[in-house]
Design a binder for this molecule. Structure first.
Ligand code: MG
Ligand code: ZN
Length: 366
């Protein structure tokens, strides 16, 4: 009895102390909470309409609806009001606005370090996950440095430079069906990577360095056999990277929301949107237990100029109109959860993500 009273008193005291701490923090208008881990999701081409169409078709609340903070990102590149995924990814990854078509380089083509590279240099784990080829513009922006986004075989070589611990996506051909005849996966194995070529082997891997090349080029659409795989890839990446006691930075891309936008295909968009939200749910589950993980979700740009011109929630129907078949200039949404999440509300340049991540992790640009 007395023991129980003491126990509950101690618990109460802890609750109160925790309450005081957070009160004084918010009174001071700043949050001293800093994350140990950052998981960044990029929905390529994901505008607010793409998201809401996915939510409407899903019929279930989205995991994203649990995120307490939201904002907007200005996506223009150095040379164009409308960015491509190379300049968009580079801005988010490196804090540097560059020209369309350029990966991880400044306007003069000199390399600029990404948040994953800087984190890795400081002893944190670093990973990228994508449903497209891992050498494609968005994931490449975090790992590679190349003035031409289409130089996939050169970009693949940058994955051997010791700056990334986990990469999972498509792109096998860029590593081992190359013009120069070399098999880069043999070199990865020499470096201690477990290299796997299918989702079953990926799930079984126990290695702390993991390369998953799950398709010759891009993975299939969610509706054509990939449904749920991004969640498994995200779970494996988190499981692998969280072995690092210093923390980790992970980027996860839902690549094909953009491709549905280019095709003006609403079902393609909503299938990919729902699949991405499920992967976000995996990260959220981890962050809720871990309590030291910041999750940020955003897009590199909007694709298709999508307008929801009609619909019905009970029957989960949406009618769409597209302004075009390419990217548009509109601002894209930001959602954040976890320590430091409040920093991401408001309107920001797309370069702001990098700067904020560096601050929050206490890293300095090298
Ligand atoms: Mg992409
Ligand atoms: Zn695109």
């Amino acid at each position: 009895m007395i023991r129980n009273i003491i126990k509950s008193s101690v618990f109460f005291l802890l609750v109160v102390l925790a309450g005081c701490k957070s009160n004084s923090d918010s009174d001071a208008g700043k949050n001293n909470n800093k994350p140990k881990n950052i998981i960044l999701f990029i929905g390529d081409g994901m505008g607010v309409s793409h998201l809401y169409a996915g939510m409407t078709k899903s019929g279930q609340p989205f995991n994203l609806e649990k995120f307490p903070y939201s904002g907007l990102s200005k996506t223009y590149s150095a040379d164009n009001y409308i960015t491509d995924s190379a300049a968009g990814g580079t801005a988010i990854a490196t804090g540097e606005k560059t020209n369309n078509g350029m990966i991880g380089v400044k306007l003069d083509s000199t390399p600029v370090s990404s948040i994953t590279e800087i984190a890795h240099n400081k002893g944190l784990g670093a990973g990228v996950v994508s449903t497209s080829a891992i050498t494609h513009a968005t994931p490449a922006s975090f790992v590679a440095h190349n003035a031409g986004r289409g130089n996939y075989e050169e970009i693949a070589e940058d994955f051997l430079k010791g700056t990334i611990d986990v990469f999972i996506g498509g792109g096998e051909d860029h590593f081992r069906n190359r013009k120069d005849g070399t098999d880069l996966t043999l070199k990865l194995i020499e470096q201690g990577f477990d290299v796997v070529f299918n989702i079953e082997d990926l799930k079984k891997s126990q290695s702390s360095k993991l390369a998953g090349l799950l398709a010759k080029e891009h993975m299939p659409k969610a509706s054509e056999g990939r449904q749920g795989m991004l969640s498994s890839m995200t779970r494996k990446a988190i499981e692998t990277l969280s072995k690092n006691k210093n923390g980790f930075v992970l980027m996860v891309e839902g690549s094909m929301i953009d491709w549905g936008g280019h095709e003006n295909n609403l079902d393609y968009i909503t299938d990919e949107m729902i699949d991405l939200d499920q992967a976000i749910g995996v990260a959220l589950e981890f962050a809720l237990l871990d309590k030291n993980t910041l999750i940020v979700v955003t897009a590199d740009h909007e694709t298709g100029g999508l307008v929801l011109s009609g619909g019905d929630i009970p029957t989960r129907s949406v009618e769409a109109k597209f302004a075009g078949k390419d990217h548009s200039a509109v601002m894209v949404p930001i959602f954040s959860f976890g320590p430091g999440a409040e920093k991401f509300s408001g309107i920001h340049e797309n370069t702001f993500f990098f700067n904020e991540f560096v601050q929050l992790l206490g890293l300095a640009r090298k």
